[in-house]
Design a protein around this ligand. Sequence first.
Ligand SMILES: [Zn+2]
Ligand SMILES: [Zn+2]
Length: 345
Amino acid sequence: MEINVCSSCGGKVEFSPQDKALKCVNCGNIYPIEYKQQVVKHPIMDYSVSAHLDAWHKENRAYKCKVCGAQVTFNKYDIATNCQYCHTSSLMPLKDLPGFKPEKVIPFKIDKNRAKDEFKSRVLKRKFLPNDFRKNLPTTDMGATYLSAFNFECFVSASYKGRQRISSTERDRNGRTRTVTSYRYFSGNIEKQFDNLVVEASDKINQDEIASILPYDFSESYDYDNKFIKGYNVGYYNQTIAEAQEVAKQDALHQVEQAIRRKYSSIDSLTVNPTYSNIKYNYTLLPAYFVNFSYKNKPYINVMNGQMGAIGGKLPKSPIKITLFVLMILLVLGLPILFILLAGG
Ligand SMILES: [Zn+2]
Ligand SMILES: [Zn+2]
């Protein structure tokens, strides 16, 4: 049975990361959650499921609040939001979703109270922050949101060939040094299993931004239960499963290429022919905090992993600090050259 309000005091209930349960924000009453890990990844059964998403995303929807009866407006991407009147959590009936339904959830681990401190301490470790920004870090509210993502697994078997460019210095008969370049050709096969290729599928952030806050620990991903998302914003996905699968393949291919590049030094050209097999996925909700702030009238959006704490997005940088840093590097690199020039001259 769905729990909309606290049964003892009528207060608002929210998922509490600290208690790993649904909790009344008013009296602290706890409603336990059954943590199940039965749903596994599966092949893509139907590529056309998302076909109606475009039309669906074009409009807002209204539902009657189960607590106060008022009409709750769901922003066109939201599938969970708070009632604008009584502020209790309101979820769209899953049967009304035009496409896939969430299958797994990684619950928030960093709670809303800790999120701000966690964010600040991580931001302060970043380089080149302007001093006035450091002293007065953004304290805007952090939006706690579950991101819709497709989590893929696949097996990649690839053949590759490439060329290494090897440079060496030789001394000629007159004692002068010269650089000799030679090439070495290589080829081989590589096989790799990927278990968690995360493809961000909502309109909230892009693939680069999600990559900047990875990894998530998928050993803590549980079968979807709406108790996990009570009190949080949840955005529906906005990308077809076919598009998402391409992103996952690209990610896998990129990692295969990196593995080859680690094996051979100075690669000058590389061709990889991958075959992907056993592609499976599931639709997982990932916890994230959004931090919006402006600095010197410029808007910034940052995002923080709500489970592991990694932060992503752009931060203000001090031009003076960067200039000083570059000058220092130039000085360190430049001095030996200056010595060589002076010694040689
Ligand atoms: Zn209560
Ligand atoms: Zn209400």
